[in-house]
Design a protein around this ligand. Sequence first.
Ligand SMILES: Cc1cc2nc3c(=O)[nH]c(=O)nc-3n(C[C@H](O)[C@H](O)[C@H](O)COP(=O)(O)O)c2cc1C
Length: 388
Amino acid sequence: MTALPQQAPPPVQLTPADFPDSPLSKAFRQPLMLGVFLNLQDIKFSGLPSTSTWTFDYNAAVVQRAEALGFELAFSRTQWLPKGGYDGEASLDAFVALGAMAAVTKTIMLISTMHVLYGPLHPLHIAKYGATLDHIAKGRWGINIVTGHRAIEHEMFGWQRIEHDERYVLAAELFDVVQRLWSEDENYSFEGKSPWKVVNGFITPKPLYGRPVLVNATGSDAGIDFAARYSDIVFITSPGGSHIDSALETLPAHTARIKQAARSIGREIKTLINPVIVSRDTERETEEYANAIVAHAYGPNGRGNGNRQHDSDAHAWRGRQDAKNKPGRGLGGNIEIVGTPEQVVEQLVALKKTGIDGVQLGFYDFAPDLDYFGERILPLLEQAGVRL
Ligand SMILES: Cc1cc2nc3c(=O)[nH]c(=O)nc-3n(C[C@H](O)[C@H](O)[C@H](O)COP(=O)(O)O)c2cc1C
């Protein structure tokens, strides 16, 4: 693994977790944080009818509903795939769309994915856009720092994919500078190994709580090292793949390792994972629903699976290829949680015990299934003591 550059830290490096009244600190008080994993992409892996769609209005309504239910965060990914890719018909940019949701929400945190190496994106852009959204959202906006795991995406921007660990080195240099711009009271200049330079850069206003929320999603050593140094939250995958049994077996060691990596440099980091929830009142109805999703699946070459043909060097999903792990059913999500409301709660409580601090939930038929979660499952989570 390539070591991250050892730059001198900025003079005062405060994070939102250092402010007890920041939205992040409030979220951290929940035993199990709740989020929604939005689909701003036209991801359809099954033809079973569903209301889910990529449109802004649909997803903004989902976020408002999640906020009304007391959820702490909303997240969406962004991918840059050629025609026929994972996006199917359409895909909105998460940076713009989640940023815009700041104006129609009040309490929920909004985490936008940004491919921070493509372009290249200048640190002044990230710092200025970030400070602006931070003020509009009153400290509720954050970045999912993504470096791009698919060769085809880097090629779309006109170059070859940068080597896996080197991407984290470049992202670290970038965020050292972005954080300086968010905290320095004087003009700041920088020249390093990245293709951009800063000469007398200055950003004001400063973010309200030190800086926006920072997140990255990883399973690799280099990515965990990066998360330990820069992120408040790390989006993790199950080393055991998507079956809940294998996930529960493999997650304790994984979450402990990630938290230890942060603690070893005097930081704390929270772990979030994204299950899909498939639930109905009875086991029979739940099975019927899950089976219907699978029965209508488009298959490996069907619509919605266009991403699989593109090479990826990501470590995070390697557990799915390991034959000793139980396979998932193909319901979407990094983990599949299937069952009656009581069984869902059991599985979420079990996840919490593995060191998971929060879940960002996905649903096959997003809006009605989120309503069902709010009505039937959330009260049981409160009774179980994992929601305040
Ligand atoms: C919950 C989650 C969300 C992600 N969102 C995106 C995304 O929006 N765009 C993207 O290109 N990669 C996304 N990724 C991939 C990560 O950025 C990263 O490339 C991947 O986790 C592999 O990292 P690793 O090789 O360090 O394990 C996501 C990963 C996870 C687990």
